[in-house]
Design a protein around this ligand. Structure first.
Ligand code: GUN
Length: 281
């Protein structure tokens, strides 16, 4: 089998244009504050992309680029100020934070109805209980892509490689909501290959280039590569050996141009959702 390549870039453009069309009708525009602490180059690239997306969708955005020496108190005070502002509907604190800062305390300080990332424990709990609400951007982007390509997770075996709070764990919850049977694998999984070979839908989110080789993919499986690594040549790549996996898979996402653009598009949807919750029309 030769896989259909799932075009995250094209779908993200469609999602953003749908968000933009709704925002254009609104008298009070959604607003997103993006907070970046320190000078991690990857984070800088992500933040620039998020600001650009806001511009494309007509969403008001503000960037706070704080020095690496920012104290916990200063950061919490900024979040508190943003919590109180009516023009700001979503607050995103770019992770990872510098080591001296307490990430959990910062995420807890963000008002749950402004938590565009869906990282606040309240929203994580809602996700688990199955209520409507925010969904974390990357896992939500994966679900949207499956929907677009007509892949229904119901009854399928979904194997997720990686158990992070940002991707692996919430991805499992969203798959479960869609009635998939879910396995989460991690570094202590005894036979990763055997687990992966059972997957109808394989989600690679471990952050290790070359981890998923072609012989770990079942014939006809849907392969979603969430990871963003750099290989020895400095080139962007995921966890999956794309060429080998594409020979086996029915559908596969490329890196770049797969899940990454979808993550950013879902942030725009979340910001719009927050603005609606705040009564903006
Ligand atoms: N760092 C890596 N991914 C993300 C994300 O989705 N949101 C935030 N805030 N930080 C990240």
């Amino acid at each position: 089998m030769s896989a259909v390549i799932m075009d995250g870039k094209a779908l993200a453009a469609k999602v953003k244009s749908e968000v933009g069309a709704q925002v254009a009708q609104m008298a009070r525009k959604p607003g997103l504050a993006v907070v970046l602490v320190g000078d991690d180059p990857a984070s800088r690239v992500y933040v620039n992309g998020k600001k650009r997306d806001c511009g494309e969708c007509g969403i008001y955005s503000e960037e706070y680029a704080l020095p690496a020496e920012t104290t916990q108190q200063e950061l919490l005070e900024l979040v508190e100020t943003l919590n109180g502002r009516e023009d700001i509907d979503g607050i995103l604190v770019q992770l990872p934070l510098p080591k001296h800062l307490n990430e959990k305390e910062v995420l807890l300080a963000i008002q749950p109805d402004k938590d565009a990332d869906c990282f606040h424990p309240f929203n994580v709990g809602e996700l688990m209980i199955g209520e409507n609400g925010f969904q974390p951007c990357t896992p939500a982007g994966v679900m949207r892509m499956l929907q677009e390509y007509g892949v229904d997770p119901a009854g399928k075996h979904c194997v997720i490689v990686g158990r992070s709070n940002i991707v692996g764990k919430p991805q499992a919850m969203l798959m479960l909501r869609k009635n998939a049977t879910v396995t989460i694998c991690h570094t202590k999984t005894r036979d990763l290959k055997a687990e992966c070979l059972r997957a109808d839908i394989l989600v690679a989110a471990a952050g290790r280039a070359g981890l998923i080789t072609g012989d770990m993919v079942k014939e006809g499986a849907v392969v979603i590569d969430v990871a963003m690594n750099r290989n020895e040549a400095g080139k962007l790549c995921g966890d999956v050996d794309f060429a080998a996996a594409a020979e086996k898979a029915s559908y596969i996402t490329p890196v770049p141009g797969g899940v990454g653009p979808m993550t950013r598009a879902m942030l725009m949807e979340n910001t719009l959702y927050a603005a609606r919750k705040h009564g903006k029309q």
